[in-house]
Design a protein around this ligand. Structure first.
Ligand SMILES: [Zn+2]
Length: 104
């Protein structure tokens, strides 16, 4: 697996996290990371289905309190997930927008 921090190609398996996901160790930058590094799942204990419910109900216009009620998560967890997804989306959009060629 490629290092998600420095891009080095050689990494070792390095035990598991307390939640059971595989941890990797990079021989170049000497740091450890997991598969979910740099995703909205990183260091969260929320299942992908629940994340989907939160984001879908938010996109359909539910209130934040409503999102919390529907998903069964705490209000602040829902807000944190929506904020994280929004930031990721913004980064992707910015990258796409900077690749647009235009002529005057
Ligand atoms: Zn590395």
């Amino acid at each position: 697996m490629e290092c998600l921090l420095c891009g080095h190609l050689k990494t070792h398996k390095h035990g598991k996290t307390s939640k059971g996901s595989q941890r990797y160790f990079c021989v170049k930058c000497h740091q450890t990371f997991t598969d979910t590094f740099d995703t909205i799942y990183y260091r969260r204990q929320v299942s992908p289905q629940t994340v989907r419910i939160v984001l879908q109900s938010h996109a359909e216009g539910s209130s934040l309190q409503g999102v919390s009620r529907i998903s069964g998560l705490a209000y602040n967890t829902g807000v944190s997930l929506i904020r994280a997804a929004s930031q990721k989306g913004q980064l992707i959009d910015n990258q796409d927008a900077s690749n647009i060629e235009c002529s005057i």
